[in-house]
Design a binder for this molecule. Structure first.
Ligand SMILES: [Cu+2]
Length: 478
């Protein structure tokens, strides 16, 4: 469990105007030295010179076809990654590399992934955004022992969408994910394929996360405000060569606890999808705010840039994240239709619930609360009959303290109906599973709890908040 001081929590997830993070820790060096497990930050190693390394694209895993399903095998293992010049950073990986491979699944065709735990501690796997049976969801106590294997079967009975998998082990979710247990899981379907969007080499997943390194290149898991290094597909400020044509870019904020504000300098961004797949129609965007766990899919037309020009993806508070180097014009038969497909019709809601996310800072360690109580894996707070549609008023109860929270619901996608105390944002559109909740505000979401029975979590997706208790569970009953 992360040994976070009160001051670190004050730094972590604190909002400033515009949604960035207030780096209190940077003004309080004493707190910066108190990483987990006694890891001190004796300075930090030099980052590579900007734009000297090419951004890798995660390789697509080839399945073994096994009757009606696709089977994959992924070891969860300790390893090292070359992130900083001349240094090997100890990490945890899905497969041989720090940049996890991508699973590309198809709607209606189940996938079984055999995860072998080669770590010397328990872990598990949660498919974030996946509509899966409770036994496949990575319940915090449902873990894979060291040396053991576990099959997770995902039915893929949902729309094309960009999902991801990460650790959800009890009180270890943040640290495991921070060490590298994060990877893309993409579902495709024939309707989307028929739309003519860029595919193949022109469909590029980009996993964004932040990190703090010590002088030896070790990842420091301590104060989120000190994670000032941004990694794009595992590299610091890489470049990525593109042809002067359209690209589909799937952005994932896999930071354990953080918000990216992103701008693209030199090319127009068109958002085509959010967490749960395509929006009803493309939406031009000038900037994006993405909280931990959120996905935004874009089409960027580099064909509108001069060959030889450079396009920067930047976070105004953290600097350039990635540079696209525009190459020659090439043939481009992809297109972005004016309309995609309608979202599913919202059934009438028959029940309303209130959910309040907050901290108790009265003790020696911060405790995360949902409706006033810390997580207890044996307690069920909401019993929901299968098929019911409900409206949840999700409130950030830390208005006075200024903490951001980041609501995530397992099992199903929701729709954001409205916000109280803050305007709706473009990121609220479409099918969502993760949503930023500014301090003191309420987000009203509507969800239908269909598909599977059993216990599922809902929690703050700032994983360090969840790890100290800001999580609860519902049980879906017949
Ligand atoms: Cu939170």
């Amino acid at each position: 469990m992360p040994n976070l001081t009160r001051m670190q929590f004050l730094a972590a997830g604190t909002a400033v105007a515009g949604g960035g993070l207030l780096a209190l820790g940077e003004r309080e060096p004493a707190t910066a030295a108190a990483g987990t497990k006694g890891v001190a930050t004796a300075g930090s190693a030099a980052a590579p010179a900007p734009f000297t390394e090419r951004m890798p694209v995660p390789r697509v895993l080839e399945p073994e076809r096994d009757g009606g399903l696709d089977r994959y095998r992924i070891p969860i293992r300790p390893g090292t990654a070359q992130i900083l010049p001349g240094l090997q950073t100890p990490v945890y990986t899905y497969g041989p590399d720090f940049l996890a491979p991508v699973i590309r699944a198809r709607t209606g065709r189940p996938v079984t992934v055999t995860f072998a735990n080669l770590l010397d501690e328990v872990t598990n796997v949660h498919l974030h955004g996946g509509h899966v049976p409770a036994g496949m969801d990575g319940h915090p106590l449902d873990v894979i022992q060291p040396g053991a294997k576990r099959d997770y079967t995902y039915p893929n009975g949902q729309r094309a969408s960009t999902l991801w998998f990460h650790s959800h082990a009890h009180m270890m979710e943040g640290e495991h994910t921070y060490k590298g247990l994060h990877g893309f899981y993409i579902i495709e379907d024939p309707v989307e394929r028929g739309m003519g969007l860029p595919t193949g080499d022109y469909d590029v997943p980009i996993l964004l996360r932040d990190a703090q390194f010590d002088a030896a290149g070790n990842l420091v898991f301590g104060n989120p405000a000190l994670r000032t290094t941004v990694l794009a597909n595992g590299k610091v400020q890489p470049y990525f060569p593109v042809e002067a044509r359209k690209y589909r870019i799937r952005l994932l904020n896999a930071a354990v606890e953080g918000v990216f504000q992103l701008t693209l300098d030199g090319a127009p961004m068109v958002q085509i999808a959010s967490d749960g797949g395509l929006l009803p129609a493309p939406v031009p965007r000038t900037d994006l705010t993405m909280c931990s766990g959120e996905r935004v899919e874009l089409v960027v037309d580099f064909g509108r840039c001069e060959p030889g020009s450079q396009v920067l993806l930047s976070d105004p508070t953290r600097g350039p994240v990635l540079r696209f180097d525009v190459g020659p014009r090439t043939g481009d038969d992809s297109r972005v239709p004016d309309r995609f497909r309608p979202l599913p019709v919202l059934p009438r809601a028959t029940n309303t619930r209130d959910v309040v996310l907050s901290f108790d800072l009265s003790g020696p360690q911060p405790v995360g609360l949902v409706n006033g109580r810390p997580y207890d894996p044996n307690r069920v707070d909401f019993v929901i009959r299968r098929g019911t549609t409900e409206i949840w008023n999700v409130t950030n109860g830390d208005g006075a303290m200024g903490f951001l929270h980041d609501f995530h619901m397992h099992l199903t996608m929701f729709r954001v109906l409205d916000r109280t105390g803050a305007p709706m944002t473009p990121n609220d559109a479409g099918l969502k599973d993760t949503v930023l909740i500014p301090p003191g505000t309420t987000v009203r979401v509507q969800a239908t709890f269909d598909g599977f029975l059993g216990r599922y979590a809902y929690h703050c997706h700032f994983m360090e908040h969840a790890d100290v208790g800001m999580m609860a569970q519902m049980e879906i009953v017949p």
